[in-house]
Design a protein around this ligand. Sequence first.
Ligand code: MN
Length: 722
Amino acid sequence: MMRQYELVERVTRYDPDADEDLLNRAYVYAMRAHGNQTRASGEAYFNHPLEVAAILTEMKLDSATIAAALLHDTVEDTEATQAEIEEKFGPEIASLVDGLTKIAKLDLVTREAAQAENLRKLLLAMSRDVRVLLVKLADRLHNMRTLEHVKPEKRLRIAQETMDIYAPLAGRMGMQAVRDELEDIAFKVLNPEACKIVIDRLAKLHAESGGILKSIEQELTQKLVENGIKAEVHGREKRPYSIFRKMERKLLSLGQLSDIFGFRVIVGTVDQCYRALGIIHRTYRAVPGRFKDYISTPKQNDYRSIHTTVIGPHHMRVEMQIRTRLMHEIAERGVAAHAIYKDAPDAKEALDGFRAPAAESNAYRWLRHLVEMLQEGESPREFLEHTKLELFHDQVFCFTPKGKLIALPRGATPIDFAYAVHTSVGDSCVGAKVNGSHAPLVTELRNGDEVEIIRSEAQTPPAAWEGLAVTGKARAAIRRATRAAARKQFAGLGHEIVQKMLAKIGKTYVPKEMAAAIARVGLRNVDDALAAIGRGELSAIDMLKAMGHTIDDTKLRELRRRPPAKKTDPDLSVPVRGVARTTALRISPETGAVPGERIVGILMPGEGITIYPIFARALEQFDNQPERWVDLAWDTGAEEQRFPARLTVTILNEVGSLAQMTQSISDLGGNIDALQMVAREGARDFYDVDITIEVHDLRHLNEIMTSLRGKPAVSDVSRKTG
Ligand code: MN
């Protein structure tokens, strides 16, 4: 346990004018008041207020706040009275302690009405003096750090309340460090499996690239020094919960999440921030569209920094945050930093403005605004709505026609809404009405929308929906449903194959016979076997043999002749959604297919699935076999991967034409995979070039096609349709 003199010393180190006498009196008073009380962990209760005070010394807060922290549980939990506190410590401290006492027992995760009323009390108490909020957050932080000693049910409730109210509140107040720690502890309690997966993955990544972080740190520091900028460069890992949230929001798997590592570059002045940015962009390749200047446009919670993402060594994407020391303090400590720094950049000078903490900051203004609204007497329900909207600015709140509140992440669509109501509602969703009128399923929902889901039991969710959904729940359910549907299709196909083969040897299909032979092919049931045959993983002839049918050699040769199960190296790495990972996939060699264009899969008996772009002529032959069509969608994010596309380019029959064409393609980063000249009938001035190029996606392909069309030697460019 921290000693009395240690606490006082901590405060006087950053505030030499601190009221030592006040700190000493508060320490002794609280220690006596808590007497022999113990905490759930068995340690002396007084250790808790002491730790809370210690957290606040890290934020360098004034002696009144530290004293209030020491006293914060005395009126609530001991014989001490409000009157006594006022008499011994004066009105300022008494008012802080009073605020803390009032909010001590507020339960913020109960029924909606009570929750609204309690949240209202909480904000009201905190808005009188922002230091109440600071002590409360430190109090919660220490309680979270010692949460393992609390009984399981209570632990869950506290963690939920922290995730719902206190962490967003800390974030809204700009106290990033507190928010991160609160979220990570709550995440571990509320979702232990997900938390473990993220942490394990982080450990693995760290082991693989730990050395790189150090080398980038050194390289960057060196580069900056060479350019006359003294900077602190720190490599850092994203926090587990912030990674998890990003995965949920951006629809990424852990493997796809590339910018897990980040760097903070802390420099002296704003001018140096921009110069450092220039140096970073000259040293590493910048990822387009990832540059954000929160210095010229600060966030609502006063956060200022420049963000950019670059491609570091080993093709690793790393995020850089560039800021001054003062911006860094504010980013980490928010309102608490304002309390000291207020307007003056020099810390010592700023301490003079200490007694009017944070009055000027945006974050504090927000709190004030909420309270003004309270005083205008809104109903608790309205208030809760408004507060939640303000507090959780990355969420939207929508309603079912019966008025049930459904909270969704920003960017959510009616599909997410449907799955949030119930998986069966999502699976059978065919349309939606938003606020009474029909709306496309891609509509981004807004706060307060009333959403009615139109259902049909015959529906299976198309794979493409996975890209429209934002929530993990919806995406997982769609994946499950589309996989189940594809499996059913394969089983149907397998059934057809088995029936035809049996007919050829003069037998009929009897499900019971097949069931009896299942063990012999190492599968669990008839459906599995039929699906395996449909996918080509199990030969139908082997199945027939397992069923006890004897097939003589001539018959066998005949059966093998048709269908000619040509194994054309299926590519398991084609990134599409809508089928199981184990399904063999190939892109139609006649047309190629690239991410960004609409694709469909066709079940090929015994081969897996062939992927066609929707315009492929080959698809016409399957028009009457809807059971063979599989709805697929690209699973984008694989940036380095390339995909084939076949083009016909009509060029002038003259020297240099071909070179002009190939140069233009390679200038734009396209790979030429195959090229063939085809003479044009009756047109000797031109000839056609049939060319297969490899590109990243549809945009890349279009760029190349546009550039080709602009070449004088090129008269026409088109996609091959098959
Ligand atoms: Mn407490």
